[in-house]
Design a protein around this ligand. Structure first.
Ligand code: ZN
Length: 195
């Protein structure tokens, strides 16, 4: 890959000595991340056929999105740099058109914004679903708690009732004794009949 000086000399060769300063500014700006981030990193930054020409124009061109002669010149310098770096083919360089790429970028941005809205709606719906589910669980556990609470009170009342009779009246003992007596009587009647 050419270094900045080589890029500048190719740029001057194709775009004229009168643009030497611009050649130097554009090419060193494109490769500036290389000096801080290393080779692979520099390809990620400022080496995009679709966006970098416009980014460069916003600094060194006439700014804005109109295809002024200076903007087109800066865009061509960027494309030449990418071609010499081996990132785009000569055909891609030649067929690159300001308005078409601008339109493409705009559509992609619109699509991304639409996707973002869709994603946010989906998140909101998902959140609402989660909340409804939680509310249902809370409601169910409240009902369960109420049932258990009532059962507990009923058991307490029954327990208190029987405790009262066991301690002060001895009724369960009588009931039990009566039952035992009854069974005993049946058995003894049977045994008497058998005899
Ligand atoms: Zn480069």
């Amino acid at each position: 890959m050419p270094n900045v000086e080589q890029h500048v000399s190719f740029c001057v060769r194709d775009f004229g000595a009168e643009n030497r300063e611009l050649c130097y500014m554009v090419n060193s700006w494109i490769d500036a991340p290389v000096r801080t981030g290393g080779g692979a990193y520099h390809r990620e930054k400022r080496h995009n056929m679709q966006t970098t020409p416009f980014d460069a124009c916003s600094i060194y061109g006439d700014k804005g999105t109109s295809a002024t002669p200076r903007n087109l010149l800066v865009a061509r310098m960027v494309l030449q740099h990418l071609r010499l770096d081996g990132l785009i083919t000569p055909l891609e360089d030649q067929s690159w058109q300001w308005n078409a790429v601008l339109e493409q970028n705009r559509n992609e941005r619109l699509q991304a914004a639409a996707d973002d809205v869709k994603f946010k709606n989906w998140l909101r719906e998902e959140h609402a679903r989660e909340e409804a589910k939680e509310a249902r669980i809370i409601r169910r556990s409240r009902v369960r708690k109420r049932i258990l609470y009532s059962l507990g009170i009923a058991l307490l009342i029954v327990g208190a009732y029987f405790s009262y009779f066991t301690i002060f009246v001895g009724m369960p003992a009588q009931v039990l004794d009566g039952g035992t007596l009854f069974i005993y009587e049946i058995n003894s009647k049977r045994s008497r009949q058998l005899r």
